[in-house]
Design a protein around this ligand. Structure first.
Ligand code: NAD
Length: 246
């Protein structure tokens, strides 16, 4: 049961993060909707939650910035009095072939997708240890398991997220903080909208279930990993990928 607990979802103004925020709110969690740039979209998520009788706030923070992250965690705890559930979802891509990938594009993706998870987890740890309760889900990617040409930066970050998940799970287990991850395959969002038809067709040929997933399908697995239904699981990465990587 996550009813009455407080959740922070990073990058929750659209896509998978938005679906996670709505899913958690529909199961009674109070939700802090983090966003980096699009305040209007974040406000829409907050209003959608409030319209169904839930509680939500929006908080601007760049997850790659330690000061932003600390201020965000403080605001969540000051507002709701606790913080039980964290979903590290914020992510970006800056794809290019290895030989053409600029150093700054490598660093930018590592900073948001990997360092962001480290900073946010670090910032909630004191609160969760004090509560002797915490549930964290990191959003990795199936390419972090299997690799992908043209995504050295993204794959390195998403593999790193799986490693961070295991390391943090071992370190925090004694404090009743569980840490798991999901590795989505191809999910229909703004991120995948940017792909060409040819790229989409090529990707579908790799998916045994022969369709893209939805944000809601990822969100339900995230909710399971936050919920007491998964109380004997920590350090795991669940693939939500239509069978792509077995
Ligand atoms: P998206 O681009 O629609 O959403 C990403 C969100 O993260 C956006 O709201 C963006 O504003 C936010 N964000 C980016 N940088 C940020 C920062 N520095 N601080 C705070 N927020 C920031 O993409 P999505 O498809 O919904 O992806 C969500 C997560 O799922 C990402 O981590 C992505 O890598 C992962 N993922 C997506 C797919 C897919 O097929 N869509 C597959 C595997 C993994």
């Amino acid at each position: 049961m996550i009813n009455g607990q407080t959740a922070l979802v990073t990058g929750a103004s659209r896509g998978i993060g938005r679906a996670i925020a709505l899913e958690l709110a529909s199961h009674g969690a109070k939700v802090a909707v983090n966003y980096a740039g699009n305040e209007q979209k974040a406000q829409e998520v907050v209003e959608e939650i409030q319209a169904s009788g839930g509680e939500a706030i929006k908080i601007r923070a760049d997850v790659s910035n330690g000061e932003d992250v600390q201020a965000m965690i403080k605001e969540v705890v000051d507002t709701f009095g606790s913080l039980e559930l964290l979903v590290n979802n914020a992510g970006i891509t800056k794809d290019n072939l290895l030989m053409r990938m600029k150093e700054e594009d490598f660093e930018a993706v590592i900073d948001t997708n990997l360092k962001g998870v480290f900073l946010t987890t670090k910032a909630v740890t004191r609160q969760m240890m004090r509560q002797k309760f915490g549930r964290i889900v990191n959003v990795s990617s199936i390419v972090g398991v299997s690799g992908n040409p043209g995504q050295a930066n993204y794959v390195a970050a998403k593999s790193g997220v799986i490693g961070l998940t295991k390391s943090n799970a071992k370190e925090l287990a004694a404090k009743n903080v569980r840490v798991n991850a999901v590795a989505p395959g191809y999910i229909a969002t703004d991120m995948t909208d940017e792909l060409t038809d040819e790229q989409k067709a090529q990707m579908l040929s790799l998916v045994p279930l022969n369709r893209f997933g939805s944000g809601e399908e990822v969100a339900r697995v995230v909710r399971f990993l936050l919920d007491s239904d998964s109380d004997y699981m920590t350090g795991q990465t669940l693939h939500v990928d239509g069978g792509m990587v077995m």
